[in-house]
Write a protein that binds this ligand. Structure first.
Ligand SMILES: N[C@@H](CCC(=O)N[C@@H](CS)C(=O)NCC(=O)O)C(=O)O
Length: 198
């Protein structure tokens, strides 16, 4: 299996953590820049986005949450949905909403307008980030050890991406409960090996 990723994408990190927690070999991970239209990526994914996987047969599997869905069927154990289903999916949806809002600001700041974050749409995205993290902090995903579920994975990916891309922003609020959760999983190989960096 090939995995095309970059070093910052929270979507790619969700998929990489899920693969690692499921025991897949990540040695064939390729770092690409999706904005450079690299042929290796475009050949597999016309959307030219990471994460992009290629199965042993060369079939592309894309979209972080579809990759999770595929993984749960492909290798059911250990499950990433072992906790209470409704709550796990609800919390993961909240974390993915925050990830989308952060990625939207970062992409537009880098590719369109450095001041995007201060414009009307950027401010809506910021509201999503602030309110989303406030809600996750008030009621964080539970973690009792072992394989984390997708609520834990997406919440920690969101937290690390916040710290990577929005460090020093005046609107950031303390997130001690999420920091505690992070400390509980940060040393797991799949999390440690995929820590984002610029
Ligand atoms: N919905 C996709 C989003 C993937 C995505 O937007 N990845 C970004 C990196 S954070 C990317 O590759 N962007 C390049 C582009 O949009 O052209 C998923 O969940 O995998």
């Amino acid at each position: 299996m090939r995995i095309l990723t970059n070093t910052t994408s929270p979507y790619a990190r969700v998929a990489r953590i899920a693969l690692g927690e499921k025991g897949f070999d990540l040695s064939a991970t390729e770092i690409v820049n999706p904005w450079n239209d690299e042929p290796a990526l475009l050949e597999l994914n016309s959307a030219a986005r990471v994460p992009t996987l290629a199965t042993e047969e060369g079939l592309p599997i894309t979209e972080s949450l579809l990759i999770l869905l595929w993984l749960e069927r492909k290798r059911p154990e250990p499950s990433l949905l072992a906790g209470p289903l409704d709550r796990t999916i609800s919390l993961a949806g909240r974390a993915m909403g925050v990830i989308d809002a952060m990625a939207n600001i970062v992409t537009n700041r880098m590719q369109v307008d450095p001041n995007f974050g201060e414009h009307r749409v950027g401010l809506r995205r910021r509201r999503t980030i602030v309110e989303g993290f406030r809600a996750l902090e008030a009621d964080p995903p539970a973690y009792g050890g072992g394989t984390p579920d997708i609520a834990v994975i997406t919440a920690i990916v969101a937290l690390d991406y916040l710290r990577l891309r929005f460090a020093g922003e005046p609107w950031l609020e303390p997130l001690p409960r999420l920091d505690t959760l992070r400390a509980q999983v940060a040393a797991r190989p799949a999390f440690a090996a995929s820590e984002p960096y610029v």
